[in-house]
Design a protein around this ligand. Structure first.
Ligand code: GH3
Ligand code: MG
Ligand code: MG
Ligand code: MG
Length: 294
């Protein structure tokens, strides 16, 4: 999970230095990055994590509307709230600012406390939106992608890679017994520990999600099937050696079975690729569990 920075970073874009100075003095409780052109703003946005942009409209070179257009077209920056702060107060400009995705419009000369209040409100709203976005995409027990997000990201990976895409299905072995023996809460702890162990071993670019109760799916890109076979074996062995401590003295171990499949010319869809891994998983279960089958 990413560590949240407490101090927000605000990019302030204005070609007039005295305006920048005034805004900087008002926003002193934040980390503020001042720039004097739209071009510089876009450069900073490529390098820094920005939480909000205060954007002038009238500037030589790129104007504020063009900057806003540019950053809204980029997936990395499109969700950053933009507050226009400008001397232009005609209705056409105000309407255009909102149409381009601005969240607020402040006219110069602005009132310091009002500007601060607006900044605070929009930062707060953005935090709520980000939190909701996180909750909507994660499995609440394990923190990995939920089924919906897994399929969304897996579909993108599948479409981007005609070759070298592999699916892995993982299912905990005899997990019902663990619940029956130690209780559902202990089962949850085991589920969380195993998920973390798997997550730690997967390459960062892989897509990993909980797709069923004790069933997980992975989509991964690799140059050779052996890479994936080895990875899955390492995961399987690591999980089999995992000892989960419950309370002071109870220890629980649980194994996993894994099925793998590679995308070929005959693979028709992501569903098809996952189904193939599911068939292999079924064989791993039939073969005695705690094994992986390609
Ligand atoms: P197999 O090796 O054939 O997969 O056996 P299994 O017992 O793992 O499979 P089965 O499908 O019979 O049971 C799955 C169990 O997983 C039953 C269900 O209660 C448990 N389970 C599913 N989701 C959760 C969960 O979130 N927490 C806990 N504690 N148990 C869960
Ligand atoms: Mg200006
Ligand atoms: Mg199971
Ligand atoms: Mg299952």
């Amino acid at each position: 999970m990413t560590v949240k920075k407490t101090k927000k970073t605000i990019l302030v874009v204005d070609d007039t230095e005295t305006n920048l100075d005034m805004i900087l003095a008002i926003l002193k409780e934040y980390d503020v990055i001042p720039v004097t052109s739209g071009e510089d703003a876009l450069l900073v946005l490529k390098e820094e994590k920005i939480d909000m942009i205060l954007l002038d409209i009238l500037m030589p070179g790129m104007d504020g509307f063009e900057v806003c257009n540019g950053l809204k077209a980029d997936g990395e920056t499109k969700n950053i709230p933009v507050i226009f702060i400008t001397a232009k107060n005609d209705e056409d400009s105000i309407e255009k600012a909102y149409e381009l995705g601005g969240v607020d419009y402040v006219t110069k000369p602005f009132r310091p406390r009002e500007l601060m209040a607006r900044v605070k409100t929009h930062l707060c709203m953005q935090e709520i939106i980000d939190n909701l976005g996180y909750l909507a995409t994660r499995d609440s027990l394990t923190g990995v992608y939920n089924r919906r997000k897994f399929f969304e990201l897996a579909q993108s990976m599948y479409e981007l890679n005609k070759e070298g895409v592999f699916s892995i299905m993982i299912d905990l072995d005899h997990f019902k017994n663990i619940n029956d023996l130690y209780g559902h809460q202990s089962g949850d702890v085991v589920l969380r520990s195993i998920t973390k162990a798997i997550s730690d071993l997967l390459p960062e670019e892989s897509v990993f999600g909980r797709v069923g109760g004790e069933e997980f799916a992975v989509l991964v890109v690799a140059s050779k099937p052996d890479e994936v076979k080895n990875l899955v074996e390492i995961i399987r062995i690591t999980v089999s050696q995992l000892i989960v401590l419950i309370g002071d003295s109870t220890t629980i171990s649980c194994t996993i079975s894994c099925g793998m499949a590679q995308r070929t010319e005959a693979t028709l869809s992501l569903d098809d690729l996952l189904k193939e891994a599911d068939i292999a998983l079924y064989q791993a279960k039939g073969g005695g569990r705690n094994r992986s089958i390609f």
